[in-house]
Ligand binder design. Sequence first.
Ligand SMILES: [Zn+2]
Length: 212
Amino acid sequence: MRLEGTDLLPGAYRRLYYLLLTSVPVVRTYPPIFVLDLHALDESLTDAKMNPCPHCHRAGMVIGHGLLVGYAEFSSDRVTRGRRFLCSNRFRRSGCGRTFSVWLSTVLAGFTVRTPTMSRMFHAVIGGLCIKAAWEKDALSGLTPHSGYRLWHRLLVAQSRLRSMLCDRAPPPPCNNTQPLAQLLSHLQQVLGPTDCLFAGFQLTFQRHLLG
Ligand SMILES: [Zn+2]
């Protein structure tokens, strides 16, 4: 599951490329909750009318409702994180009037930090670094170690849910490391296969938020 380079391919070929690269069955949700990249996000807007509303399940009522924009990790630039949609009840349309979001797979909802940074921190802590040192290794400008602890706590809370979802796909592999998080890492690697970012791969494959 490689995330880079796919932006050069047209949409249909990119989806095929993605499917060929991974034998991991991807959970299909319509509309998706996570998409691979900005191209796929644009396609979700094109496909909006064809997708049913996730709340009332009516088709043909979903329209774009603007981009989800937030701060970049390493600067004060504003970047796209996803797109919001509305099940339109305007002008006598029969939608339910509720909104929903489609996110880029590298976004952690509620956090500026993206999944690749979180994955590096995860590997570093399992490798023996303390949370503060693992966090400072990436030198996230403007983000205090408190953010790193908060993120880590959320991952610990999510751990049992993640493991049970992974167990639905495959039993955990044998692991010499007795740390629960090391076992989670090897389970993620077994289920997702080779990937640039385990956590983005998880969100894209399972169509669920990593941190709940
Ligand atoms: Zn609706």
